[in-house]
Ligand binder design. Structure first.
Ligand code: ACM
Ligand code: ZN
Length: 548
């Protein structure tokens, strides 16, 4: 609150000095009121502190003004039971002191939260908005109390994603649900599920049972890095696992209850060695192929000249579409070496029939990849879906209707937006959470080689960098990625994710609110360790010491 100070009658000179003094005091006081002590990540549109606290431990009752809010209320009540051991009562159209309601004049994901000593009121544009209001309450909770406050918020980006790679290492249904809980707490709304790769096929496909019978289990795993001179050592232990269709439905529902859309990724035509091990006729040479037990990029890819391959992909994607109601299906497109296509008579015949030619910029085989992606895109479009592909699909003459997920760097964001594609920025130097977290990588667990990526570095993600105003509209979102070549257990997944996810979620929500690194670091240090501890999440604690 600003204080008014009464001026006495004084000389003009003294008045001048006092004016300066007063202006300084006023500036300090208004800065203090701007930087409210109530910290929330991501930074909301507005925060106004009130007086007193709402006490959550005295048997609060949640009333939902609409049935559609019941699930969010129940999840919140379960959270309060976990962290406080209190049993909140949840009702619909009744009375209560935590009141959840809808207001169609608000944006779908927007909410208004008012906390007083007696009541908590959350009004959302939809159940998503109310859910986000409840996540904010979870952040504000300290010693059973929520400080009186009025908060208004809405996200900046539509796609706020987090990827988990379950192909390199398999994670259980319970672990995947915990990953979803963590990203929900950070108000992310997309779980990008990287389900297939050279080292493991993790989704049951009933029309092709060998994908999981054979392709979900590798015989062993390389120890350490794959890119040294060798000979490499292997652990001699089989590793595998997959999700049944029933389990996938359960996870999709679990995520939907938390306002998270699951976007599955079936990575093609490269990263398919597990599928080739199961169905060798899908490769250029016919195999035999083994499940990949090392990391890196495989030269064995789907044969683009074999019509049976397109039938296979369509049958797989038909089942994928039945399982995942998402608007987008991710079909990969990254890191597909063209060596085998160059030698394969079937692929070369396809190139001839399609009239594809080398030119100054690309080989005919790049245009063959465009053909594969375009053909699968058309199949998915005809099924009412849209595709996302990694930025390699820009090589050649990719269509304008694919959404490009950029993993290389900002140049590719600019390139994709400028040619008219929608873009999701997950540029590796800011968003690849398998990179080392400090400037002393030797002291960290094994990690992917690359630039070290601190929480502060993740915060510097600027998906609009070097874009003109009209091009910025093309950027529909940002995403954090946890690749798991060097992350074999779920504790380490959390350690990679937290607290860097918090930095990315602030870009996702508050890009337009003058992001400020110093303020963010202060907020992160003040609130995140307590929140993560309350929910039992592992996190990288040294971030909070300010190590970069
Ligand atoms: C990728 O990192 N290959 C998408
Ligand atoms: Zn071929």
């Amino acid at each position: 609150m600003m204080k008014t100070i009464k001026l006495q009658t004084v000389s003009i000179a003294t008045l001048g000095v006092m004016r300066k003094f007063l202006l300084t005091i006023t500036a300090i006081l208004s800065l203090a009121s701007l930087r409210a002590a109530v910290y929330v990540i991501p930074e909301p549109v507005s925060v106004q502190e009130g007086k007193g606290c709402f006490n959550m431990t005295k048997g609060a009752k949640i009333n939902c003004a609409d049935e559609s809010l019941l699930k969010s209320a129940e999840i919140f009540a379960a959270d309060m039971n976990t962290v406080l051991g209190v049993q909140l009562i949840v009702t619909v159209n009744n009375d209560g002191n935590i009141i959840l309601s809808l207001d169609s004049t608000l944006g779908k994901e927007e909410y208004r939260l008012t906390v007083t000593k007696k009541k908590i009121n959350i009004v959302g544009g939809s159940s998503a908005g109310v859910f986000y209001g409840l996540q904010t309450v979870k952040q504000l909770l300290k010693d059973g109390n929520i400080p009186a406050v009025t908060i208004e918020d809405r996200p900046h980006f539509d796609h706020r994603g987090a990827l988990l790679d379950v192909a390199r290492y398999f994670f259980t249904v319970e672990e995947v649900k915990k990953y979803i809980d963590i990203i929900a707490l950070h108000k992310m709304n997309v779980f990008h599920w990287h389900l297939t790769d050279d080292q493991g096929w993790r989704i049951e496909i009933k029309s092709h049972p060998r994908l999981t019978e054979i392709g979900s289990m590798r015989k062993e795993t390389i120890i350490g890095k794959h890119n040294g001179p060798g000979p490499h050592k292997y652990d001699g232990k089989p590793h595998g696992g997959y999700y049944t269709q029933e389990q996938i439905r359960e996870i999709v529902k679990y995520a939907a209850d938390r306002n998270i859309t699951v976007i599955p990724e079936i990575d093609l035509p490269g990263h398919m060695q597990a599928a080739l091990a199961a169905y060798p006729h899908l490769g250029c040479t016919g195999g035999p192929y083994e499940m990949r037990c090392t990391w890196g990029i495989s030269r064995d890819v789907l044969c683009a000249g074999n019509e049976q391959v397109y039938e296979f992909i369509e049958e797989v994607l038909t089942e994928v579409c039945e399982l995942f109601p998402s608007e987008f299906i991710h079909i990969g497109g990254d890191e597909c070496p063209k060596n085998t296509w160059q030698k394969c008579p079937k692929c070369q015949e396809k190139i001839r029939v399609l009239g594809l030619k080398d030119d100054r910029r690309h080989k005919a085989e790049h245009y063959l990849q465009n053909y594969v992606m375009g053909r699968i895109e058309k199949f998915l479009n005809d099924s009412g879906r849209k595709i996302i592909g990694w930025d390699e699909i820009l090589e050649g003459n990719a269509g304008k209707t694919a959404t490009i997920m950029v993993w290389h760097d900002q140049n590719d964001v600019v390139k994709a937006a400028r040619r008219g594609n929608d873009v999701i920025a997950t540029t590796r130097h800011y968003c690849y959470l398998d990179y080392s977290q400090t400037s002393d990588p030797a002291s960290e667990p094994l990690h992917m080689d690359g630039r070290y990526l601190s929480m502060q570095q993740a915060y510097r993600l600027d998906p609009y960098d070097r874009l003109y105003t009209h091009e910025k509209e093309r950027v529909i979102g940002v995403q954090a990625n946890v690749w798991t070549e060097f992350i074999a257990d779920f504790g380490r997944v959390q350690f990679a994710l937290l607290p860097r996810l918090a930095a990315i979620c602030e870009t996702a929500w508050a890009y337009d609110r003058k992001k400020d690194l110093n303020t963010f670091v202060t907020k992160a240090k003040t609130i995140l360790p307590g929140i993560y501890q309350a929910y039992g999440y592992h996190y990288a604690p040294y971030f909070f010491e300010g190590i970069e």
